[in-house]
Design a protein around this ligand. Structure first.
Ligand code: FES
Length: 206
């Protein structure tokens, strides 16, 4: 696999690794694509809402370690609002790119950061818990990366229709029958959507 020098540097000597002493928030997320995990620890200035310290622990691949390292570099010193704007593409760009099949590692790192921020904001009455609706499903599908191009399936216009009624989530895909990844993509969609308690049944049509 072809990694950039920056990925290798962050993998060999990760920044901000390990647990923080007395963190304000801890968040762990797992990747439905591979089962790997990242934990992020945050210390936030209560007045300014600046992330004063941040660290991570990785339970996964080289890109998992490199993206955990870069995302903590990117978020440190930013306000919570600014750090929420960091995307998985920003993280991948800051590493001078990732192989397409490893883009989901960047999604995992950013997702964990966003979960940590949301958790902090909800605990400090700065935000309401997200209301679940069709938009929530679309946002989740934006984390499903089509592996050969390293782009998400919504941006690639592979999602034709999203429905949600009576606890049933329906996703219609526009993906050729002969596509070698179609079953994996469908499975990953199911794994992403399974985490929502509001969804009782998932139908992926393709
Ligand atoms: Fe799982 Fe990289 S392959 S996070």
């Amino acid at each position: 696999m072809q990694y950039t020098q920056k990925v290798l540097d962050h993998f060999m000597k990760p920044h901000n690794i390990g647990k923080l002493e007395k963190p304000d928030i801890i968040a762990t997320e797992g990747s439905p694509a591979c089962g790997d995990q990242v934990t992020i620890y945050l210390k936030v200035n209560e007045e300014s809402k600046v992330i004063e310290d941040i660290s991570f622990q990785s339970y996964g691949c080289a890109s998992n370690i490199a993206t955990g390292s870069i995302i903590t570099d990117l978020a440190k010193g930013k306000t919570l609002t600014e750090a929420m704007q960091i995307t998985w593409k920003d993280a991948a760009d800051a590493l001078d790119g990732l192989p397409p099949v490893k883009m989901h590692c960047s999604v995992l790192a950013v997702d964990t950061l966003h979960t940590a921020i949301k958790k902090y904001e909800i605990e400090h009455n700065l935000r309401e818990p997200d209301k679940f609706n069709k938009k929530s499903i679309e946002e989740e599908l934006r984390k499903v990366i089509y592996p050969t191009v390293g782009e998400d399936i919504v941006t690639l216009k592979m999602v034709k229709y999203i429905g949600f009624a009576d606890g049933v989530a329906t996703v219609d895909l526009d993906i050729p029958r002969f596509d070698q990844h179609k079953d994996n993509v469908a499975e990953e969609i199911r794994e992403h959507l399974e985490r929502f308690l509001e969804i009782k049944e998932i139908k992926v049509n393709y």
